[in-house]
Design a protein around this ligand. Structure first.
Ligand SMILES: Nc1ncnc2c1ncn2[C@@H]1O[C@H](COP(=O)(O)OP(=O)(O)O)[C@@H](O)[C@H]1O
Ligand SMILES: [Mg+2]
Length: 226
């Protein structure tokens, strides 16, 4: 079976620093894969290559039968906007918008009406128990609240692939479990492929598979094995 998303032999150098050397990872629809490994090993870079945010120097990324790196920038961003959801390691909410507007943004960019987007955003904020932060800006809420807002923003569109970089890093264990339950539902009920970077064994325990990155490589080829 062809994977929904597969990166093979990915390499990326930033200046003198090799961030990725030879990393491979595949994920099927409905599957949760955890990327683990020491700090600085290349986990975020691997995630960004898979998501088409960083263009790898070598290797290829195929999504739904298309090679991502061969797509023009506009097509790649349309894909990211329409079919991918992201939770970045350092939040990256839009500081000028309220939390509710941040969650509504991907819906609005996808053409949803203002009211419909607002209603769905409010719904997701409630689901993550951050409805109280709806009118506040990201700078006015706690790190844990902002992280949950970012999770709501990633899931609100019902994406086919969810990319999450340390999505529970700022959360206590109860909220971490809530977030993982929502990712699990996105995979099991929504058929999403979920790729998440984590340090935490209890978070990785939700995954179907773990892929370990070490010095920019996935040496055991676990990323490729079905
Ligand atoms: N944009 C960048 N510019 C320069 N160096 C980078 C950049 N992104 C990552 N790196 C470097 O690449 C290596 C891997 O980084 P990263 O993928 O963020 O690792 P991890 O997420 O596992 O902590 C590190 O040495 C890091 O400093
Ligand atoms: Mg990282």
């Amino acid at each position: 079976m062809t994977a929904l998303l597969a990166g093979t032999g990915l390499a990326k150098v930033f200046g003198p620093t090799p961030a990725l050397v030879d990393a491979s990872l595949r994920v099927d629809a409905g599957e949760i894969v955890a990327i683990m490994g020491p700090s600085g090993s290349g986990k975020s870079t691997l995630l960004h290559c898979l998501a088409g945010i960083v263009r790898p120097d070598a290797g290829r990324v195929e999504y739904d039968g298309r090679e991502l790196s061969a797509l023009p920038d506009a097509a790649r961003s349309a894909l990211r906007r329409g079919e991918f959801g992201f939770v970045f390691q350092f939040g990256q909410l839009v500081p000028e918008l309220s939390c509710a507007e941040n969650v509504a943004l991907p819906l609005r960019l996808g053409g949803a009406g203002r009211r419909d987007a607002a209603r769905r955003a409010a719904d997701w904020l409630d689901r993550l128990e951050v409805g109280g932060a709806a009118r506040q800006r990201p700078g006015e809420v706690s790190g844990g609240q902002a992280q949950r807002v970012a999770v709501a923003r990633a899931l609100v569109t019902g994406p086919r692939v969810v990319f999450a970089d340390e999505p529970t890093g700022a959360l206590d264990s109860l909220n971490g479990e809530r977030v993982m339950d929502l990712f699990t539902a996105a995979a099991r009920d929504g058929g999403a492929a979920v790729v998440l970077v984590t340090h935490e064994a209890r978070v990785a325990a939700y995954a179907d598979r773990e892929v370990v990155v070490r010095d920019g490589a996935t040496p055991d080829r676990a990323g490729v094995a079905p």
